[in-house]
Design a protein around this ligand. Sequence first.
Ligand code: DAH
Length: 462
Amino acid sequence: MRVNWSSCRPLVSIQEVTKVRRVGGNGASTRQLFKSTLARNEEARREDISGTDEWTNITPTIERLTNRKLLSNPAHPLTTLRDIIFSKFPEQEYTRANFLNPRVSVYENFDSLNITPDHVSRSKTDTYYLNKHKVLRTHTSAHQVESFRVYPTPGFLIAADVYRRDEIDRSHYPAFHQMEGGRWWSPEGTTSVKELVAKIDADTAKIPTSGIQIVDDTLPFHAGNPKQDRQPPEVCIAVTNHLKRTLEMVVGEIFQDIGKGDPSATKEPLQIRWIDATFPFTSPSWEMEVYWQGEWLELFGCGVTQQRVFDQAGHPERVGWAFGVGIERVAMVLFGIPDIRLFWSEDPRFLEQFAPGVVNTFKQFSRYPGTSRDFAFWLKDGTSPDQFHDNDLMDIVREVAGDLVENVSLIDKFTHPKTKRNSLCYRVLFQSMERTLNNDEINVLQDNIRESLKIKFAVELR
Ligand code: DAH
């Protein structure tokens, strides 16, 4: 969940900022301008190799989560939020796409999106691999190419479960949900850049303007957030205007709807701001944040879709945009849900508080006490602390204790001055959302975690 996409941005030597003005078309054929350079990787797309290998790191706990399908429950708060967001996009323009199976090819999740082979997000410590060729999707962007390829409408929307190896705390869980949207235009029927821009601008003019306060200090593009070589500047700007106007409208409507039932929410005017971002599959790229109930919530990651994505989709001549948004964090604020584990709760005291299409504040049933235990161990001789990844411990803890763990944190790390052996100490907070845990059962969990650590990582417990 903490992917730093910027590590794959090529370094720019001259940070000169290019101010861009709207300029008229130059009369060149747009088809010519968007000529494709990459052939679509058909073979990789069809890849469906099963079986396990040295890449396999999916655990039984995660496997079970892939079957939960929370979004199939119409009363689940995540479903309600998804439907509210979907309802703001015209149905005749945006196909609602379903991708129920979270198992996708490495090509779909990474290569098709221009994510370089050495990018950190591909590492085994961050991603669940079924084997060398298949992963649990780490983002709904894995379906962008397919969606740009097949749907008859110029737009699409996807909502689905995604998986990332991550730390354990109140707002991080190895499975969560994202929404993805995309919109494209074809130069077909136009004879110049100017006509294509006019077509995009006409669509932008149809989007209702939001009455909300918008702070946008970003430039249309600049050396650090560049336009693509294959796109004329005015096309990049037109696509950007449509993208920003769309997301501003969506956010304005959603938060105004929600604010209606909450008198305290209407006091402060809704504010949103745009900031520069970096994603391998868009350029230029942005993030939109919204100020809501006292905090800036990071909402959409988005940008002008890389032409290489359209190449992969078999439509190199198209231009367009895409966005992605994680839904748990927004749902936690809207429904007042304090811990991300609750979304996965099967306790009727959680589930029965919600009804389809209704945003209401969650009433905490009880706060059960937590107990922490420390796990201190020497790493195998010759192993540096960097070779033991936090996420390795996270998966062991989850396998043994499931959702009975609220938080895991590294509290100590040192190297013995004489032996040079490395020691780590993690603190695990055991806490159930549904009942009080007794000492005996915590002792069993503790023993099992210790045992697993010894077997899997040959550590020496202290
Ligand atoms: N896939 C990105 C993530 O998980 C979010 C995202 C950013 C999606 C930009 C997009 C996009 O479609 O254009 O962090």
